[in-house]
Design a protein around this ligand. Structure first.
Ligand SMILES: [Zn+2]
Length: 303
C-alpha cells in the first residue's frame, strides 16, 4: 500500500470531459472527480477554474503532493505551456504556471498521448519495455514515443503526431487540408466509412459488436483498417525500431480483429522483415484511465 505522501492527482483534459483522480504510487485510482469540458469559445480562465475546482474537491479528502495534467493538444518541450488545444481556446497558454499558483502545488503538463504511454509503461501493457510506440485509434490517430525509457517529446514538444503522415499520394482529402493522411485510412472514422461503403451504416462500437458476432461486413471493415494500421506502422518501425507497439483508443476494443491483419501487413510491408525482429503489437491495458494515471505518475516523478 502506498504512503499517504505518495498520492498525486492526474487530470485528463479531453474534448468533452475533464477527468481527475487521486492516484497512488502503484497506479491505482483512489478517488475520482469529473467535470464537463467548457466549450471551445470559453475564456481560458474558465477552463482553468474548472480544473482547479475538480482538483480542490479531490485534495479535500486526500493528502495530495503534486498534480499532473494530460491535455489533448500541443504542449511545449518544457512541459509548462499548451501551445494549441483543438477543443479549447488555449493558444500558447501558460497552464502549468497558472495552476501551480492557484493550487499551491507543483504542476506538470504533457499531452494526453504522452501521459497515456507513460501509464502503459509504468503499470500496463508496456511494463518492462523501454523502446515503445503508442498509437491511439479514436476519431483520428494519436501517438507517443518512448526511447530508452524516456518520453521522446521532440525539439518543440510535438513528436508522435503520426496521424497526418501521408500513406497514399493524392489519396482521400483530410480535415488538415492535405490528402492521403494515415488517419483517413486507419481510425474510428475510417472504420465507419469502410462499413458504410459495404452497405452497413453503423457507429464504431456497433461495428465492433457486429464483427465479433461474425458479421462479414464488420470483419471486412476491421480487416481494412487493420491492414492500414500495419502499413503505417511499417513506416514508424523503419524509423524508430521499437521493441513493442501498444495500440489504444476506442477502436482497439476490437482486439485481434484489428491486430491480426495489422501484424500481417506490418510483416509484409516492413523493410527487411525476414532479417529482423518485427516488434510485437499489443492492445493497451489501462483504457480510458491511461492519460489520468500517467499524468499523476509524471507529477510524482516531478517531470
Ligand atoms: Zn491530415
Amino acid at each position: 500500500m502506498a504512503e499517504r505522501a505518495d498520492l498525486t492527482v492526474g487530470v485528463d483534459i479531453g474534448g468533452s470531459k475533464i477527468a481527475a483522480a487521486v492516484v497512488d504510487a502503484d497506479g491505482l485510482v483512489r478517488a475520482r472527480a469529473d467535470r464537463t469540458t467548457p466549450a471551445r469559445t470559453t475564456a481560458p480562465v474558465v477552463v482553468e477554474e474548472t480544473i482547479a475546482d475538480a482538483v480542490a474537491e479531490l485534495c479535500a479528502g486526500h493528502a495530495v503532493v503534486a498534480v499532473g495534467i494530460g491535455a489533448a493538444g500541443f504542449v511545449d518541450a518544457s512541459g509548462t505551456r499548451v501551445m494549441f488545444a483543438p477543443h479549447l481556446s488555449w493558444r500558447d497558454e501558460p497552464l502549468g504556471e497558472r495552476l501551480q499558483h492557484r493550487l499551491g502545488l507543483p504542476v506538470v503538463v504533457d499531452n494526453d498521448a504522452n501521459a497515456a504511454l507513460w501509464a502503459e509503461h509504468r503499470f500496463g501493457a508496456a511494463r518492462g519495455a523501454d523502446d515503445v510506440v503508442l498509437i491511439t485509434l479514436g476519431t483520428g490517430i494519436g501517438g507517443s514515443i518512448l526511447v530508452a525509457g524516456h518520453r521522446y517529446r521532440g525539439h518543440g514538444g510535438m513528436a508522435g503526431e503520426f496521424g497526418h503522415t501521408r500513406v497514399v499520394p493524392d489519396g482521400r482529402p483530410c480535415e488538415c487540408g492535405r490528402t492521403g493522411c494515415w488517419e483517413q485510412y486507419c481510425s474510428g472514422k475510417a472504420l465507419a466509412r469502410f462499413a458504410r461503403e459495404a452497405g452497413r451504416d453503423l457507429a464504431g462500437p456497433e461495428i465492433t459488436a457486429a464483427a465479433r458476432a461474425g458479421d462479414i461486413v464488420g470483419q471486412g471493415a476491421f480487416a481494412e483498417i487493420g491492414r492500414w494500421l500495419g502499413v503505417g506502422l511499417a513506416n514508424i518501425v523503419a524509423g524508430l525500431d521499437p521493441e513493442l507497439i501498444v495500440v489504444g483508443g476506442g477502436v482497439s476494443a476490437a482486439g485481434d480483429l484489428l491486430l491480426a491483419p495489422a501484424r500481417r501487413a506490418l510483416a509484409e510491408t516492413l523493410v527487411a522483415a525476414e532479417h529482423r525482429e518485427v516488434p510485437a503489437l499489443r492492445i493497451a491495458a489501462l483504457g480510458a484511465d491511461a492519460g489520468m494515471i500517467g499524468a499523476a505518475d509524471l507529477a510524482r516523478a516531478g517531470c
